[in-house]
Ligand binder design. Structure first.
Ligand code: FMN
Length: 217
């Protein structure tokens, strides 16, 4: 362990991003979010759509995992998952989430908070129908977050579903699979700067208007 810590200390680096100010960010935080995602795509960040989604279970314990941002609405962003999964169950008892993006290539982090709600079955179905067939089959075959006896049982479940739909061009969207819209109520844009004096600009909604503040790093 000492060896790992020594190595990690030796790779400590300086952050050197451009200045981020209240005047330079967009008035609309969604516009700022999409402009940073666009920069991440242009900078060829690997998986720029990946975000860490944190939920809290009915036992009050937090849990975090990566999901992909796959849609947007005027007031939030959408990801897709299995509704019976651990995260799906957490969101039934507590819809409040935190979301984090981190792009080392740009010295940037984005933090969001919000409330998740299921999107309509029709909207999920529409998205599902455009996924590659292999992804559709694995969504049906995988009882996400359940215990799997071994790799073979997972592959057997996939093979059985593959066989069932082998002559079918259309694979139905399972009832327990679909999107969550996260309605966002706060945004924080973090830009790494020199001497650890990083820039943090936060938006929170007050009386239906976005209020901006600079936070200490
Ligand atoms: C890059 C990446 C993208 C992922 N995208 C998704 C996703 O969009 N939806 C999803 O349900 N799981 C996704 N996963 C898997 C989740 O991180 C997680 O393992 C799974 O959803 C089960 O989480 P849970 O047991 O906490 O519900 C992704 C994992 C990685 C590493």
């Amino acid at each position: 362990m000492d060896k790992i810590v020594n190595y990690l200390n030796s790779v400590r680096r300086e952050y050197a991003g451009q200045e981020l100010t209240i005047d330079s960010v967009a008035e609309d935080p969604f516009q700022q979010l999409y402009s940073w995602i666009e920069s991440a795509v242009n900078a060829e960040v690997l998986d720029p759509a990946a975000m860490i989604l944190s939920t809290v279970g009915s036992d009050n314990k937090p849990s975090a995992r990566t999901v992909l941002i796959r849609g947007q609405e005027e007031n939030g962003i959408i990801f897709y998952t299995n509704y019976d999964s651990k995260k799906g169950q957490d969101l039934v008892s507590n819809p409040y989430v935190a979301i984090t993006f981190f792009w080392a290539e740009l010295d940037r982090q984005i933090r969001l908070t919000g409330e998740a709600e299921k999107i309509s079955y029709e909207a999920s179905q529409k998205y599902f129908s455009n996924r590659p067939k292999e992804s559709q089959l694995s969504a049906i075959a995988s009882n996400q977050s359940g215990i799997v006896k071994n790799r073979k049982s997972l592959e057997d479940a996939y093979a059985a579903i593959e066989e069932k739909y082998k002559d079918s061009g259309k694979v139905p969207c399972p009832d327990n699979w679909g999107g969550f819209l996260v309605v966002i109520d706060s945004f924080e844009f973090w830009q790494g700067r020199h001497n650890r004096l990083h820039d943090r600009i936060r938006y929170i909604k007050v009386n239906n208007e976005w209020k901006l503040n600079r936070l200490a790093p």
